[in-house]
Design a protein around this ligand. Sequence first.
Ligand SMILES: [Zn+2]
Length: 249
Amino acid sequence: MSIRADGPGRRALLTGSASLAAAFLAGCSSTEPIDGTYKAGLAPSAGPPPGTPKAAYERLMEGNGRWVTNALRHPDRDPTRRQLLATSQQPYGAVLSCIDSRVPPELVFDTGLGDLFVMRSGGAAVGPVITGSIEYGPMTSGTPLIVVLGHQRCGAVSAVYEALREGKQLPGNLQAITEALRPAYEQSVRESHADPAEAMAKAQVKLTADALRGNRDLAPLVGKGALAVVSAYYSLDTGVVEVLNGAPA
Ligand SMILES: [Zn+2]
């Protein structure tokens, strides 16, 4: 089974400031299209990487469906895939999720090696380094989908919620997470939900997705349909990823 790149369309995104970013980062990982022939190995192949936001979104949600129903394929996870990707990669999604040990994106979306750029931080909090890391794929190699994934019973969100409600500081560098999550806290308080910490976790990913969708570098990609930014919420109880906003039409 062959894995092909989507051709000039995605390469054409390497323009303007994006090409500078690509040049800067060329030393750490190639984003050249995958042209190799993928020979059947131990794991099934999911096929060529999806090239549109909708196709990428559907690939991830199908994977989550397999996770929920215990029909996992573990696609593209074998030494053959590793060898194919040794000198290039073409991830079709960038996922920002929490550090929580129960929410690993590659597992809950049943993806393989080379499929996703993954950023994780406490409460899916963002700052310049995280934001830059999320932007990297869409800006340099046409990654068509960003997912900001919150989750049920998030310990980081709950700790920040309690700290802000009681006017206390979290120790050391944890306070930086507090500040990053403050807008979500304030929104959840304004809206007075029955379970404010859960509402805050959902507000955090929605606000983050909204900000990414509208930021200076990503908004043009969203505007021309080359990128979708989705906020979503993972249930620890069921394994289901519930989309909150931004799903591609
Ligand atoms: Zn969490």
